[in-house]
Design a protein around this ligand. Structure first.
Ligand code: NAP
Ligand code: HSE
Length: 436
C-alpha cells in the first residue's frame, strides 16, 4: 500500500472546521482519487476547550501551531489561521524550510510574502498551494496556473470579495443599513477577522495582486494596487444608481496599461443588465481575457465554510498525487519585476454625489467648476425631499460623460473651493463595457 499522506491543520475556525469535516466525510474518495490513504495527524488553534462540532478523537492537539512545522509525522501543513504576519507567517516559512508541503487560504500572506515563500518552496521542491486564497470555491488559481497556461492574458477582473457583494446586495434588496448587514456577513463566516479589510477593499486587493501576478507573469505587488472600499456607499447611492440603470459592485480590475500593469479595486456602477450586475450575495465572479481562449467567466461562492474548504481540499489532493508546481506558474526567477501603469489618461464616465446649497445660482457655480476641468455632464438629479428642514443643503448627483482621471481630479479640486458644496464628494467610476 502507498504511504499515507499525513496532514496537520493549523486554525479551526470557519475554514479549518470545514476542512476537518470534509477530511472525515470524504476520506475514502479522497484516498482513491490520490492513490494513498489520508491521515489527519495533528491540529492547532488557540482554545483547546472550544466545542467546534467536529470529532478530533485520535488527533494530536498542538498548543503551538509552529510545532506542526517541526513534526516528523506530518507531510503537509494546512495553514488556516490568517494574517500576513505572526504565527501564520512563521508557521508557513518554517514548514517550507523543513521540506513540508503547505496549503493555505491566506491571501494576506500570499499577497505580502508569496514570492519569498515561493522561493523557499522551490528550493525545497515542495508545494505552496493557495487555491482558497482567491474567490473562495471558484478554482481560479488552477484555471490560471494550468488550464490557461497557453494564453497571453490581457485582463483579469471581477467581484472578489463575498462580504462586500453580500452587503451591497442586501442593502439594495432590503434597504437595511451598512453596519447591520455587515454583522450578518460576520455571523455567516464570510468576513475577515478584521472586517475593515473587507469593506475597505484590502481583501479584494490582496486577491487581485495574486491574480495579476499569475496572469501577467510578474512578482506580486500589493503596494501597486489602488484601493477604495465601500464604506462611503449609502442606501441613497444604491437607489440613485438603480434609477440610472446601474448596480454598485466592488470590482477588482487588473489590465496591461501604458508602461506596466494597472491594478485597482473600487466600487463601480455596472449596467443593471450586465453579467456582473447579476452576481449577488456572497457570490464572486472573475472574467479573464486570454488571446487564445477569448473571454472566460467563472462564478461561484466566494466565501464561507463549504466553498473555501472545497478549495483547500483540492490543493491537498494535488499534494497527495505528488504534483509539485512552481507556486506562480513559472519559477520565481522567471517572474518580471513589478510594474505600475501610468493611469493619468485612464478614463470612464463617473457618478458624483454631494450635498449642495439649496439656493438660486449654486448649480450654475457647480457646473462651471466641472466645465472648467473639461468634465462634461450627462445627467443631473437633485432631490428636494427635506427642503427647508435641513441645513439648507440637498443631495445632488451628476453622471458625467467619459472623463480622464486627471480632469476628474481637477474638477474635485475646483469643487472643494466652492462654499456651496459640503464635504468631500463621493466619486464612483462607471463601467459601461459590455463584457462586464
Ligand atoms: P477564523 O474563523 O477567525 O479562524 C481562525 C482560526 O485560527 C481559529 O480557529 C483560531 O483559534 C485560530 N488561531 C488564531 N490565532 C492562532 C494562533 N496563534 N495559533 C493557533 N491558532 C490560531 O478564520 P477563517 O474565516 O477560518 O479564515 C482562516 C483563513 O482563511 C484566513 O487566512 C482567511 O483570510 C482565509 N479565508 C477565509 C474565508 C472565509 O470565508 N472565512 C474564505 C477564504 C479564505 P480559536 O478558534 O481557538 O480562536
Ligand atoms: N472575507 C473574504 C470575503 C473571505 O468576504 O470574500 C473570502 O476570501
Amino acid at each position: 500500500m502507498n504511504k499515507p499522506l499525513r496532514i496537520g491543520v493549523a486554525g479551526l475556525g470557519t475554514v479549518g472546521v470545514g476542512v476537518v469535516k470534509i477530511l472525515s466525510e470524504r476520506a475514502e474518495f479522497l484516498s482513491a482519487a490520490s492513490g494513498r490513504p489520508w491521515k489527519l495527524v495533528a491540529v492547532s488553534a488557540r482554545d483547546a476547550s472550544k466545542d467546534r462540532g467536529i470529532d478530533l478523537t485520535g488527533v494530536r492537539w498542538e498548543s503551538d501551531a509552529c510545532a506542526l512545522a517541526d513534526a516528523d509525522d506530518i507531510d503537509v501543513v494546512v495553514e488556516l489561521i490568517g494574517g500576513s504576519e505572526g504565527v501564520a507567517r512563521d508557521l508557513v516559512e518554517a514548514a517550507l524550510s523543513n521540506g513540508k508541503h503547505v496549503v493555505t487560504a491566506n491571501k494576506a500572506l500570499i499577497a505580502r510574502h508569496g514570492i519569498a515563500l515561493a522561493r523557499i518552496a522551490e528550493q525545497k521542491a515542495v508545494s505552496l498551494n493557495y487555491e482558497a486564497a482567491v474567490a473562495g470555491g471558484i478554482p481560479i488559481i488552477k484555471a490560471l496556473r494550468e488550464g490557461l497556461a497557453a494564453n497571453e492574458i490581457s485582463s483579469v477582473a471581477g467581484i472578489l470579495n463575498g462580504t462586500c457583494n453580500y452587503i451591497l446586495t442586501e442593502m439594495e434588496a432590503t434597504g437595511r443599513d451598512f453596519a447591520d448587514v455587515l454583522k450578518d456577513a460576520q455571523a455567516l463566516g464570510y468576513a475577515e477577522a478584521d472586517p475593515s479589510f473587507d469593506v475597505g477593499g484590502i481583501d479584494a486587493a490582496h486577491k487581485l495582486a495574486i491574480l495579476a501576478s499569475l496572469a501577467f507573469g510578474q512578482e506580486v505587488s500589493f503596494d501597486d494596487v489602488e484601493i477604495e472600499g465601500i464604506e462611503n456607499i449609502t442606501a441613497a447611492d444604491i437607489k440613485f444608481a438603480s434609477e440610472f440603470g446601474y448596480k454598485i459592485k466592488l470590482l477588482g480590475i487588473a489590465t496591461r496599461g501604458v508602461g506596466g500593469i494597472d491594478q485597482r479595486v473600487h466600487p463601480t456602477l455596472v449596467p443593471t443588465g450586465s453579467p456582473l450586475a447579476a452576481v449577488s450575495g456572497v457570490f464572486n465572479a472573475v472574467a479573464i481575457e486570454g488571446d487564445r481562449v477569448g473571454q472566460l467567466v467563472l462564478e461561484g461562492r466566494g466565501a464561507g465554510e463549504g466553498p473555501t474548504a472545497s478549495a483547500v481540499l483540492s490543493d491537498i489532493v494535488d499534494v497527495a498525487r505528488g504534483l509539485v508546481m512552481p507556486p506562480f506558474i513559472v519559477p520565481t526567477d522567471h517572474l518580471k519585476a513589478p510594474s505600475r501603469a501610468n493611469v493619468e489618461r485612464r478614463s470612464s464616465p463617473y457618478y458624483l454625489r454631494f450635498n449642495a446649497a439649496d439656493r438660486a445660482g449654486s448649480m450654475a457655480e457647480i457646473t462651471r467648476a466641472l466645465a472648467d476641468a473639461s468634465v462634461s455632464i450627462e445627467r443631473i438629479v437633485q432631490r428636494s425631499e427635506g427642503r427647508g428642514k435641513s441645513d439648507g443643503r440637498l443631495p445632488v448627483v451628476f453622471l458625467t460623460h467619459e472623463t480622464d482621471e486627471g480632469s476628474m481630479r481637477m474638477a474635485l479640486k475646483h469643487l472643494s473651493k466652492l462654499e456651496d458644496v459640503a464635504g468631500k464628494p463621493l466619486v464612483i467610476r462607471i463601467e459601461d463595457s459590455g463584457s462586464r
